[in-house]
Design a protein around this ligand. Structure first.
Ligand SMILES: [Zn+2]
Length: 85
């Protein structure tokens, strides 16, 4: 299992968690949150909300703008056992 951080909207087959970039209004939306790949794919297909590692639930939007990674998500992500880098 591998993970990676991608600032774009590409969905990689080999990544399990990656940040997604949301531009909705609100404080948490100013961050990029880590979301499980499967949930992102499901959201892209069905428009269902995703759940970030920090617990935030929202429907991600696709936008090339870069946002700082949510500190809560990053803390959780870095504590995960599978981080090959
Ligand atoms: Zn977060």
């Amino acid at each position: 299992m591998s993970t990676e951080v991608l600032p774009g909207s590409d969905v990689r087959q080999d990544s399990d968690v990656r940040p997604d970039w949301s531009v909705d209004d609100g404080d948490h939306e100013r961050f990029a949150h880590y979301v499980e790949k499967d949930k992102i794919v499901d959201s892209a297909v069905n428009g269902t909300p995703v759940v970030a590692l920090c617990g935030k639930v929202w429907v991600p939007s696709r936008d090339p703008k870069k946002f700082p990674i949510c500190p809560d998500c990053q803390r959780i992500y870095e504590s995960l056992p599978a981080a090959p880098d």
